[in-house]
Design a binder for this molecule. Structure first.
Ligand code: SAH
Ligand code: SF4
Length: 356
């Protein structure tokens, strides 16, 4: 942990580390070095994450001297919404600006009784999936812990009224398991019941294209839900759609899912984008049912969200419903997840592409 000490010249004050980059243990250790009692860490974290103040000055039960010490040594980032698009279905898509000029997308989705927030974990993505807009820019960089958390803090400001923001999906731009350390640290703050954002682990879901070497660690480090972007039932098609499949083919992916440490009664969600003529046949549906037999699985069918840069098309409605029916007959729970906010370019990567 790099924290600038008081002895350093004031001139470097603009590169003070952001307080939101640190976890409870690190802050407690730093405070101890300064002779501040450990319980102050909880107090300060509650100001940041529960009361959601926007500066050290707002922490009214912390002494003036200690507030000064904090602002001399840490910066306090703010989520910067540079664009908000609202959709007819009530979704809101945010473009957050980052300090280095990059942008990321976050989508707030109204459900029947709550809101779900879809957050990004990287600027761009290195995985190169053929159907995905985010893939077009390649990986620009990982998001920091604070940049991941600030998406939640920024959206929470807009959630008023009876419906609460209770669910988070790591399904925006980027491959979360390729930015493992920052993602896990952010998840720990998001799900910290004591002095973090207090989301239930049962209501947070990480979606991955299948970076298998991280699976064991993930199951050990957190109890949040796991979703896999599957999208095909044979290696040839999956490798064409998702190059990562060449490294970790379907057999290995299913095997890792079958071994994954799940909470009792929990299931892994398999996301399957339906693309016309590529993966939408009855044979595909039958193969999918067979493929997932070793896993406690549920399936989200996602009709392909068409965008100008892609040659792919969404299947006809009748084809989508038939595909779902085959899965039901085989005993699978599957829902058809309509992309929300289609009129506001809500599929991953589309708003940020438009902004460029
Ligand atoms: N990288 C992770 C998480 C983010 S990708 C992953 O791949 O799982 C976000 C989700 O959007 C994935 O489920 C992906 O399959 C889906 N997606 C990407 N482009 C899409 C499109 N054009 N139409 C529908 N879903 C899309
Ligand atoms: Fe990356 Fe996910 Fe898009 Fe694939 S689908 S390119 S893994 S963001």
């Amino acid at each position: 942990m790099k924290i600038i000490t008081e002895t350093m010249p004031a001139i470097i004050s603009d590169i003070k580390p952001d307080i939101k980059e640190f976890n409870k243990e690190e802050l407690t250790r730093w405070f101890a070095e300064k002779g501040i009692q450990p319980y102050r860490t909880i107090q300060i974290m509650r100001w940041i994450y529960l009361k959601q103040v926007e500066s050290f000055d707002g922490m009214t039960d912390i002494s003036k001297d200690n507030r000064q010490l904090l602002s001399d040594n840490f910066s306090f980032s703010k989520p910067e919404k540079i664009k908000v698009e609202s959709s007819a279905d009530g979704s809101q898509k945010y473009l957050f600006g980052l300090q280095d000029g990059n942008c990321i997308e976050t989508v707030l989705i109204p459900e029947k009784n709550h809101y779900t927030l879809c957050i990004s974990t990287q600027v761009g993505c290195a995985m190169g999936c053929r159907f995905c807009m985010t893939a077009k820019s390649g990986l620009i960089r990982n998001l920091t812990q604070a940049e991941i958390i600030n998406q939640v803090l920024g959206a929470l400001k807009d959630v008023t009224g009876e419906k609460r923001l209770t669910n988070i999906v790591l399904m925006g731009m980027g491959e979360p398991l390729a930015n493992y350390e920052n993602v896990i640290r952010a998840i720990h703050i998001i799900t910290d019941n004591d002095s973090g954002l207090q989301f239930s682990t049962r209501r947070v879901t990480l979606s991955t294209s299948g970076l298998l070497p991280r699976f064991d660690e993930l199951g050990r480090d957190t109890k949040i839900n796991l979703a896999i972007s599957l999208n095909a039932t044979d290696n040839r098609t999956r490798s064409m759609l998702m190059p990562i499949n060449k490294k970790y083919p379907l057999e290995q992916l299913i095997d890792a899912c079958a071994r994954y440490s799940l909470a009792p009664r929990n299931k892994i969600t398999f996301e399957y984008i339906l693309i016309q003529g590529i993966n939408d046949s009855i044979e595909d549906a039958n193969r999918l049912a067979k493929l997932l037999m070793p896993v406690k699985a549920k399936i989200n069918l996602i009709p392909f969200n068409e965008h100008p840069d892609s040659e792919f098309k969404r299947p006809k409605e009748s084809v989508i419903l038939k595909f779902q029916e085959v899965l039901h007959q085989k005993g699978y729970t599957s829902i058809i997840r309509r992309s929300k906010g289609q009129d506001i370019s809500a599929a991953c990567g589309q708003l940020s592409a438009k902004n460029k």
